[in-house]
Design a protein around this ligand. Structure first.
Ligand code: ADP
Ligand code: GLC
Length: 481
């Protein structure tokens, strides 16, 4: 370990390749490697879910905790896939079947406040010097699950001097808990105020992080601005406006080795858009779709209100009438799953309900276009995968989708920089119009080919953003990078 390295503890509730429910896991998994090139050593504190515990070999117990929110626990140190992990092994909190946040009944585990408070408490202990031989300079917390860590650190005199960063991946999830839990969660009643962790009569662990972290980030510049408006701030816009000087949007990247058209272990590799053909044929076969003249559109998504896919159900005729096709992979709200299953009665619509990482790669390689009609989207990763594989994104003009896609307009087409389409407002009609424009563009192979090449050349890696995070840490520590 070099003395000049900045030592950062990342506190995350999910992390690729161990456990993932969404993009947060991709980001938590990619940041350490990306930051290593910028003089930052990042260790990642994760809950010891069964999938995480199963991946640990040669783990070393580095901390024993007698009483950790209802049972004994320990912290294990291990290296997995190049990640430097600290794992909170607390079987009474994390050794459970079903989901990492939800039980078999699809509802939040009743003790989620305690489960993630435990993670945060341990982060604060580590910040306070609980581990022999290592202490972070910065604790970087992700979302509501890690929101109490900046609060506990601020109230821990042993951790004075340690800086905290909270990244908002999605403000829709706010970590609400009953006010009666203040005592058991170690929240001082004096801090249960509108200026502290109180949110309309409840505890909000996300708000705790927003109030107490030294710096706040979110995952795109546009979402940073949107968060400060009532329309997108989901009740926390006032808090964010008050902290606007400390809030910055840093765009997510993707792991360009894992998502590579030149070979990702799943596809027929290609270097130029022309090489997509074999993948497109394979994808059609996999989804039971025949030949068609229009674009083969893909969707890989959670099926929730956020993602706007109910709008696609209504807009679909605009694509199908022009000979377009849809291949969708997703899971989530039962009514949306059912509606898409029904849509698949059409011969040019193929639907897979479920979660399938390998299939998602084959879809990126074989699709002509990827549809992301989100009502809000802090960053979004699938449009970035699409760009990398020459699969043109059709996206709503919001959040990170606005920051990553260069829409086809007369000006961008004249300068040959367009990479996709954006639509606004986020309505069924505007999406239908975008799909019809997509069909026009697809019918002109020269233009389409140019856009595909632009897309594949668009930078989507971590280089720039890792530098921004490193500079943020350096700024907090009074260093210049
Ligand atoms: P969010 O985190 O809001 O779901 P992102 O676009 O940031 O949105 O990240 C979603 C991640 O989850 C991407 O890596 C995407 O490929 C993946 N994903 C979503 N649904 C599925 C699915 N059904 N099968 C495979 N991967 C999926
Ligand atoms: C959240 C957001 C998504 C973002 C991801 C990673 O899940 O919904 O837009 O890409 O976090 O930051």
């Amino acid at each position: 370990m070099s003395q000049s390295e900045t030592q950062v503890l990342s506190v995350a509730s999910e992390c690729v390749p161990l456990v993932k429910t969404g993009g947060l896991a991709d980001v938590a998994g990619a940041l350490p490697g990306a930051l290593a090139r910028h003089g930052v050593r990042m260790r990642t504190l994760l809950p010891g879910y069964p999938a995480v515990m199963a991946a640990l070999a040669d783990a070393e117990a580095v901390l024993e905790i007698e009483a950790c929110f209802g049972g004994p626990a320990r912290v294990l140190a291990a290296e997995v896939d190049g990640l430097d992990l600290l794992v909170l092994d607390a079987p009474h909190l994390f050794d459970r079947p079903a989901g990492i946040y939800l039980g078999h009944d699809g509802r939040d585990w009743h003790d989620n406040p305690q489960r993630f408070a435990a993670l945060c408490r341990v982060a604060a202990d580590i910040a306070g010097g609980a581990l022999a031989g290592w202490r972070p300079d910065v604790v970087h917390c992700h979302d509501w699950q890690a929101g109490l860590a900046p609060y506990y650190i601020a109230r821990n005199p042993d951790a004075a001097g340690v800086k905290t960063v909270l990244t908002i991946h999605n403000i829709a999830f706010q970590g609400l808990a009953n006010a009666a839990l203040c005592g058991s969660l170690g929240i001082d009643i004096a801090d249960f105020t509108p200026d502290g962790v109180e949110y309309f009569g409840q505890i909000s662990t996300l708000k705790a992080g927003l109030q107490f972290a030294h710096k706040l980030t979110t995952v795109s510049p546009t979402y940073a601005a949107e968060l400060m408006t009532p329309e997108f701030g989901m009740g926390l816009d006032g808090v964010l406006r008050a902290r606007s000087a400390d809030l910055v949007g840093i765009l997510n990247g993707i792991d360009e080795d894992v998502w590579s058209p030149e070979g990702d272990g799943e596809i027929t590799p290609f270097k130029t858009p022309r090489g997509k053909g074999a993948n497109k044929d394979a994808l059609r076969t996999e989804f039971g779709l025949g030949e068609a003249d229009g674009p083969l559109c893909i969707v890989v998504s959670r099926l929730t209100e956020q993602k706007g896919l109910d709008l696609l159900l209504g807009a679909l005729p605009a694509l199908l009438e022009r000979g377009g096709q849809l291949a969708l992979l997703g899971s989530g709200a039962p009514e949306l799953e059912e509606a898409f299953r029904r849509a698949a009665d059409h011969p040019n619509v193929g639907v897979r309900v479920g979660y399938d990482e390998a299939l998602s790669h084959r879809m990126m390689a074989g699709g002509d276009a990827i549809l992301v009609p989100s009502r809000f989207e802090p960053c979004g990763l699938t449009q970035l995968y699409g760009l990398r594989y020459g699969t043109l994104p059709v996206v709503a003009l919001t959040g990170g989708l606005a920051d990553t896609v260069i829409p086809a307009t007369p000006a961008t087409m004249a300068r040959n920089v367009a990479t996709g389409l954006q639509f606004h407002p986020v309505t069924q009609g505007a999406l239908a119009h975008a799909l019809s424009r997509l069909c026009d563009l697809h019918a002109d192979p020269k233009t389409w080919g140019k856009m595909q090449r632009n897309a594949m050349a668009h930078p989507v890696g971590w280089d720039v953003s890792a530098k921004d995070y490193a500079a943020l840490y350096a700024g907090l520590l009074g260093q210049t990078e």
